[in-house]
Design a protein around this ligand. Structure first.
Ligand code: TMP
Length: 208
């Protein structure tokens, strides 16, 4: 059986990736593909419990604890959801993956990216997404969108400079891995972003 493809979505909070998720699923299903939609941190029973701890703003934790919990949830996610689904020929779309750890724990919290690379290698070996859609927005736009939606979680309550570092780290990674990470200007109108997403996906679909 042909292995499925692994697509991840990234961006600062409020970048609009969740809104585009439905569109991505629609495009893949129209192409006759079987899809599995999941998220990080989360995606498994244990991972969702770790997510609740990680997002709870009443729980303070060391930045390295935070990184280790992110990777612990990821290890479980790979074992229980991502790898078996890909092996069954399904296309896995994950709302965030390891680039988020480099952006938030590396950029935002200032952790050494070499330490994160060790955790990355330990957790996933050489596995990387086939495609990462990075939705880029200026920090003030992201923060404004988040503040309109809901009560903020442990990450969303961070200040502007935190998100500026997160965004800068994402932009650096997009430059480092241009073949895998496709940057989409998410400050455009919803319909323009949809067109950009479709164009990027068409490339991956035609590679099939
Ligand atoms: P979400 O709001 O997009 O579902 O993501 C939950 C939060 O977790 C988001 O603020 C980013 C953060 N996060 C990290 O800090 N590191 C990670 O590795 C992942 C996957 C998410």
């Amino acid at each position: 059986m042909t292995q499925g493809k692994f697509i991840t979505l990234e961006g600062i909070d409020g970048a609009g990736k969740s809104t585009q998720l439905a569109w991505i699923i629609e495009l893949l299903q129209r192409a006759g593909l079987q899809t599995v939609v999941t998220r990080e941190p989360g995606g498994t029973l244990l991972g969702e419990q770790l997510r609740a701890l990680l997002l709870d703003k009443s729980i303070a934790m060391h930045a390295e604890t935070e990184a280790l919990l992110m990777f612990a949830a990821r290890r479980e996610h790979l074992d229980k959801v991502i790898l078996p689904s890909l092996a069954q020929g399904q296309w896995v779309i994950s709302d965030r993956f390891t680039d988020a750890s480099f952006a938030y724990q590396g950029g935002g919290r200032g952790l050494d990216s070499e330490k994160l690379a060790i955790l990355e290698h330990w957790t996933q070996g050489t596995l990387q997404p086939d495609l990462t859609l990075y939705f880029d927005v200026p920090v003030d736009v992201g923060q404004q969108r988040v503040s309109q939606i809901k009560v903020s979680d442990r990450f969303e309550q961070e200040q502007t400079d935190f998100f500026q570092r997160v965004r800068a780290a994402y932009l650096t990674r997009a430059k480092q891995f241009p073949d895998r990470i496709k940057q989409i200007d998410s400050s455009q109108s919803l319909s323009e972003v949809k067109i950009a997403v479709e164009q990027v996906l068409q490339h991956l679909l035609h590679d099939e």
